[in-house]
Write a protein that binds this ligand. Structure first.
Ligand code: ADP
Ligand code: ZN
Length: 624
């Protein structure tokens, strides 16, 4: 099989998919996008994280290069990741390069020479680089010869101030269209909302581009939201039961919590690294690098970590604190399972989360109109967290997509028991009201004291303030503490109660009346008692190795060890050499020849030629 000579290779997208990337079929809208762009059309592509955006421009770039149209320029804001992206293409036998500030002048000149020669298929560069007079000059020369094949603008939402990742430099990119009107453009993003989309269209002058909107569903991700009671132990149990040895991300709301959690995980024998904006840039880079390159590391991070993390085998994303809104939640959880294998999005959520997020909005210096929008977004997230029905239906509904119960979220897998908490809610509200009427003490108290009074517990505080005299003392002894926490959390989530000040003391809002008058009914999920077992995975093995029997496991381990040495020698993350899924299939099917190996997903022609014999040898030795 000699596919290295360019003369006799196909420029048909399906052939390229098979030959270069080793995949048998396009996913979702990929085929349509690729055909449209290959034919010279402009496109705006909205696909969820992990949907497969890269192939949407890489295959047209290869096809158009093979048809004599020259080089594709890929604009990406993520300098740190260009190296790995280019490395992955090179592994697949594609002539790609990047130009950014990490290159010295000698290296940069070599890339520029390669660019001018017309041999390059793809060049990655940051927007500020693309818009320099020097770079524009080189592109002018290429364009004159008809050697600019395509502009791909990745993370296109960076052009919008509405997005959370606005980059000033992106605004200049409309110049590309003015200067090179004949060169097709494809803009890609995973950010869906209408406002951002409109911004992308106008700011990048994509009015005539065809719009491709994919479903935002990520069916391989299982969504689970648990009530916080002892978050660290809950998380440890989740990691040990469901994800031993897996790579994953744990998101925390603050830097100090990141540090504490990473330390706690390490102490518990789970290899973990911290990542937040308070760490040295060099330390951050090193931690990110290790996370990408090593197997089975847990990254504990603030939201500073994540954009462009395209590690495909992140098996779980855990939230120890509530994100700001559903957009953020979906983007963060979307970093799990980009390889399409089963993955978990797990979150622990409690009263303090509701209180903190509400307070952050209330205390922010923003305008009232902006705060109103933020409150609305938080309410939507809280409704998701409190939901008793399918989480995915709610998530997709939020993004404007109708769907049916998914069978792959906590509520679908194990429908929660609920109870009517209307009466309990009224008791809690009236107790808060009694505090305010009671003479001789503060008029407001926090949740802990409220629960003590409702349950009739005689504490020092109860004695000190004479709260045994309240008519509400002990009226809720029939409910557990966890149930009361749920009631209060729900009341705060619904806005009937507000938590104020340093001690989060509780106070009724206007809308509490409607509950007290019995006009609103409240249904709560029954707190799940600490479950023993209940894990859906029988095996303690990492997810990608799941379907493998013991012998296949041994082969899989041998293949991974071999991959590790190759990746190290090439200075690339292991998944760039082969994905777990590919190695698992090799281990399961034990191909006996290069032809058989070539039929496995993820084994393209270049990798077959370069690594095929090695893979067969490792299998041989593994079997022997
Ligand atoms: P995105 O950029 O949209 O988050 P990627 O382009 O990184 O997604 O693709 C996610 C993963 O899916 C990658 O590991 C990629 O190799 C894989 N992939 C993409 N398209 C296909 C396909 N048609 N068949 C098999 N795997 C694919
Ligand atoms: Zn569901």
């Amino acid at each position: 099989m000699n596919l290295t000579a360019t003369a006799d290779v196909s420029a048909a997208p399906r052939d390229i998919l098979r030959e270069v990337f080793g995949y048998g079929a396009f996913r979702g809208h990929q085929a349509e996008v690729v055909d449209h762009v290959c034919a010279g059309g402009d496109a705006l592509v909205l696909m969820p994280t992990g949907g497969g955006k890269s192939l949407c421009y890489q295959i047209p770039a290869i096809a158009r290069h093979r048809a004599g149209h020259g080089v594709a320029i890929v604009v990406s804001p993520l300098i740190a990741l260009m190296h790995d992206q280019v490395g992955a293409l090179e592994e697949a036998g594609v002539n790609a390069a990047f130009l950014n500030s990490t290159l010295d002048s000698h290296q940069a000149q070599a890339v520029e020479a390669e660019l001018r020669s017309g041999r390059l298929t793809l060049l990655y560069a940051a927007p500020e680089r693309v818009l320099t007079p020097r770079f524009l000059g080189m592109m002018d020369a290429l364009d004159e010869r008809g050697h600019l094949s395509l502009f791909a603008i990745d993370e296109a939402h960076c052009v919008s101030q509405w997005g959370h990742d606005f980059r000033e430099e992106y605004l200049g990119l409309s110049a590309l269209h003015e200067r090179y009107p004949r060169v097709p453009r494809i803009a890609l993003t995973a950010t869906a909302d209408a406002h951002t989309r409109a911004d992308i269209v106008t700011r990048l002058a994509l009015e005539d581009a065809r719009l491709f909107v994919s479903s935002f569903d990520r069916p391989n991700i299982r969504y689970t939201i648990v009530e916080k009671d002892s978050p660290r132990e809950q998380m440890l149990r989740f990691l040990r039961d469901e994800h031993p040895g897996d790579a994953g991300i744990v998101y925390c709301g603050s830097r100090s919590k990141v540090d504490e959690t990473a330390t706690a995980l390490s102490a518990a024998g789970i290899p973990a690294l911290p990542y937040h904006a308070g760490l040295d840039a060099a330390v951050r880079r090193e931690h990110q690098d290790r996370f990408l390159r090593e197997d089975g590391l847990v990254m504990v991070a603030t939201i500073a970590f994540g954009m462009g993390i395209d590690k495909p085998d992140v098996r779980f994303v855990a939230h120890l604190d509530l994100p700001k809104n559903i957009e953020a939640y979906y983007q963060e959880t979307g970093r799990a399972g980009r390889d399409g294998q089963p993955a978990d999005a797990w979150m622990a959520y409690g009263l303090a989360d509701v209180v903190n997020q509400r307070r952050m909005i209330d205390e922010s210096p923003a305008e009232e109109a902006f705060k109103r929008v933020q409150r609305g977004k938080l309410d939507a997230l809280l409704a998701l967290a409190e939901a008793h029905d399918c989480r995915r239906v709610r998530l997709l509904d939020y993004f404007g997509e109708a769907s049916q119960p998914c069978g792959n979220c906590d509520n679908c897998v194990q429908p929660p028991e609920t109870w009517d908490a209307t009466e309990a809610a009224r008791k809690a509200l009236s107790c808060i009201w009694r505090f305010a009427q009671h003479p001789g003490g503060p008029s407001r108290f926090g949740a802990v004291h409220l629960i003590d009074v409702l349950r009739g517990k005689v504490t020092d505080k109860v004695t000190q303030f004479g709260h045994r005299d309240l008519t509400t003392f002990g009226i809720g002894a029939d409910l557990s503490e966890a149930q009361w926490r749920g009631v209060i959390r729900q009341l705060v989530a619904l806005g009937h109660v507000r938590a104020e000040g340093e001690f989060n003391t509780l106070e009724l809002t206007e809308s509490a009346r409607s509950v007290l008058r019995g006009e609103v009914s409240i249904t709560l999920r029954r707190p799940t008692e600490k479950k023993r077992g209940g894990s859906r995975r029988e095996s303690k093995a990492p997810a990608a190795a799941l379907a493998l029997d013991d012998e296949a496991q041994t082969r899989f381990a041998a293949l991974k060890a071999w991959r590790g040495t190759v990746a190290k020698a090439h200075g690339l993350p292991a998944y760039v050499v082969f994905h777990d899924a590919t190695l698992a299939e090799v281990a399961r099917t034990v191909p006996q020849s290069l032809d058989a190996l070539a039929r496995i997903g993820g084994v393209g022609a270049a990798k077959l030629e370069r690594y095929g014999p090695d893979l067969l040898r490792v299998l041989d030795e593994g079997v022997a």
